[in-house]
Ligand binder design. Sequence first.
Ligand code: HEC
Length: 108
Amino acid sequence: MMLLWLLACGGGEEESGDPTCVEPPVVTWDSYGHIFMTTYCVSCHSVYNVDHRFGAPLGVDFDTEADLIRQVERVRVRVIEEQTMPVAGGVFADDLLLFERYLGCLGE
Ligand code: HEC
């Protein structure tokens, strides 16, 4: 009887002790950068999109992290400093903060 009680208690602790619920968000390409670029940029800036780019220059694409790294200074200016990309705006404040942090983590 005592043993059963211990087992049940141990299982409960494991669930509530999950560290991913309390740690700050990790901002890598896989956990954040890719999702950000897909949400805010890739609808116009994708190598797979040649017909409906809404004027986005050919060659300015963000399908991969390598694409982003190659153009990271312009991305920082347009998204963080001037906030003129995406063209219609609309980046949530939280996303701006996390994206700025993600850019800071590139190359670290
Ligand atoms: C609705 C379409 C659209 C979306 C979404 C969009 N762009 Fe653009 N982008 C454009 C157009 C049009 C231009 C060319 C005109 C200009 O530079 O303002 C451009 C140009 C650019 C350039 C090249 C010009 C420069 O300043 O070096 C960069 C870099 C860029 N966009 C980054 C981004 C990033 C990063 C995102 C997402 C946060 C994004 N864009 C989202 C349409 C878009």
